[in-house]
Each structure stands twice: as C-alpha cells, then as structure tokens.
Design a protein around this ligand. Structure first.
Ligand code: SF4
Length: 306
C-alpha cells in the first residue's frame, strides 16, 4: 500500500492541529466582529437610503440605525440584542489541507464567539421550548457544505436572527399558478409580516423543483452582495420587479413608512419538475450580519467585508 503524503507523519499532524487552532481563534474573532459590525455593502446601502429619504420619521429611524452602528463599533457591543443563530455556508476545495477538520474548527470558533462576543443563547428545543443555553444543539450551528475544486476554503457566516426570519416560507405551486402566484405570495407575505422583521429588508427568493431546494436557494440568495444582479435575464427581471413592487408598499425603515422598504431583492433558481413550481422566501433585516471569510492555500484567513 502506498503511503504517499508527508502529511501523515506525526510532526505534520501536530502542525495541522496547531494551524487549525490558529484558524479557529481567528474565525472566532471575526465572528465577534460580525456581531458588532455590518458588512461594508449593507452599511453603505443604509447610508444611501438615509440620504435619499425625505420622510421625517423615516429619516429619524435611519439616524438611529447609523448611531446604533457607531455605538456598537465604539463600545464593541452587539448591533442588536438578537445575535441570531450562527449559520455557515462553506465552499471548500477538495484539496483544502484541513478539509477533515474544518467542521470542528467552525464549531469550536462558534463556541468561542458565543462566550467572547458574547452572543445571546438562542437555540431552543422545538418540542420542549427549553433553551440549550449555549447556541448548540441539533443543526446548531448550522453548516451548509459545498465541495469544489481547489485548495482553498470560503466560509460565509450569517448570524441569523429570529424576527428577520418570520416572513419566510417555502411551498410548492402548480406550474399553472407559477411565477405570477409566486410574486403575489411574496408581496402579500412582506405586507403581512415584513414589519416584524425590522425593515428595510433583504429578500431572498428561491425557485426550484421542491420546497427544500427552493428554501435553501432563498437563504443563499440573502447572502449575495448588495447591488449584485442575477446573471440570468429572467431572474434579474424578477429581482427588479419585486424590488419596485415591494418599495411601493412604503413600509419604510422599522415600518414607519418611507420611500424604500428593501435593501435588495436577490433571486436564485434551479430547474423545476414539469409538474411543480416551488418557491421560497427568506428575509434579512437591516442588521443582516453576514460576511465571507477566505482561507487561502497558505491557511491565512482574510475578509473583504469589513
Ligand atoms: S430582526 Fe434583525 S434588527 Fe430586528 S431584532 Fe431581529 S436581528 Fe435584531
């Protein structure tokens, strides 16, 4: 049997553990930073919305949001009392050197951030309603995996709050109902529950063959950068149409009314079955704390989001 890799020596394994601990510590610090800072693109968009707003009450709310951001920064305090449940979306290269340890690195980093930030314990047993006390439990933290070519890893972390998830849904329509019914349902849901989700909102729309696929796509759509547009012209047109129609609802920041109600509308899709048209909506609030961290082949962790 061939034992080809130098990595299998005791020395290199010890080195991997040491590097893994360093990444864990760096990732934990970045998660603490994420709890206290919005990523650049969301902060910039809120500043623009504040600038463009003419309604006095809405302007006041934007001022509060900007002051909140400034205080969270200067005092190193969480931006919101709801620090969410950490969700991680991982794109890992098949040749990433620490692939086998990455799940533990992420879980340990989340546990350290829980203690250090601190993050609020938000993980609750769905049957007993008992809080697990440490943000851990089945599927907490939640980790979504995508294995790609290469020797690097990309981790998008999202501190997913409760209120901002309230308008979410996923269901399967008939093809006859299709896209028009999907648009109506999305707009009706934002009208019904959008105000509970601390607008202005990011709307993530997923379309696919079944509810689980559409649901996952809707959440991934939330993670796209503000200002990005789907490369597919139909999806891009849907983003634009929903953006314009939801703004016409004039929900405004914190539901106080105002020119704009959404930070962005992002659509992601996959093929559907001839007999189904699944659609899902995921929503993010003004304090959508998500950021992407890259671990290069040199095992250094970087981000462009702060
Ligand atoms: S919806 Fe967002 S801003 Fe509002 S309480 Fe939840 S996490 Fe905080």
């Amino acid at each position: 049997m061939k034992v080809p890799k130098e990595r299998n020596t005791m020395e290199s394994l010890e080195n991997d553990v040491k590097i893994g601990k360093e990444i864990e510590s760096d990732l934990a610090r970045l998660l603490c930073l994420l709890a206290t800072h919005l990523p650049k693109d969301i902060k910039k968009r809120i500043e623009e919305m504040a600038e463009n707003e003419n309604d006095a009450a809405a302007k006041k709310v934007y001022d509060c949001m900007l002051e909140n951001m400034s205080l969270a920064d200067s005092l190193a305090r969480p931006l919101c009392q709801d620090t969410g449940i950490p969700n991680f979306y991982v794109k890992a290269g098949a040749d990433f050197p620490l692939l086998g340890s990455l799940e533990n690195i992420i879980k340990n980093a989340a546990a350290r951030a829980f203690r250090d930030a601190p993050l609020r314990p938000n993980a609750v047993d769905p049957f007993t309603s008992k809080n697990t006390g440490n943000n851990e439990g089945p599927l907490a933290p939640y980790i979504d995996w995508q294995i790609v070519e290469g020797n690097e890893a990309e981790i998008t972390a999202y501190l997913c709050g409760g209120g901002c998830s309230l308008p979410g849904f996923a269901l399967v329509l008939t093809p006859g109902e299709g896209i028009e019914k999907a648009k109506d349902l999305i707009i009706a849901k934002v009208l019904e529950k959008g105000v509970n989700a601390c607008p202005p909102l990011i709307l993530g729309v997923g379309i696919g063959a079944s509810a689980d696929i559409a649901g996952k796509l809707s959440k991934k759509a939330l993670l796209r950068k503000i200002g990005s547009v789907n490369a597919d012209p139909h999806a891009a047109a849907l983003e634009k149409e929903l953006f314009e129609k939801v703004n016409l609802l004039r929900i405004g920041p914190s539901g106080m009314g105002g020119a704009e109600s959404v930070l962005a509308v992002n659509v992601e899709f996959g093929v559907r079955h001839p007999a189904t048209f699944a659609v899902a909506l995921a929503t993010g609030c003004w304090a959508t704390r998500r950021a992407t961290f890259r671990i290069g082949s040199d095992l250094k962790i970087t981000t462009e989001d702060f």
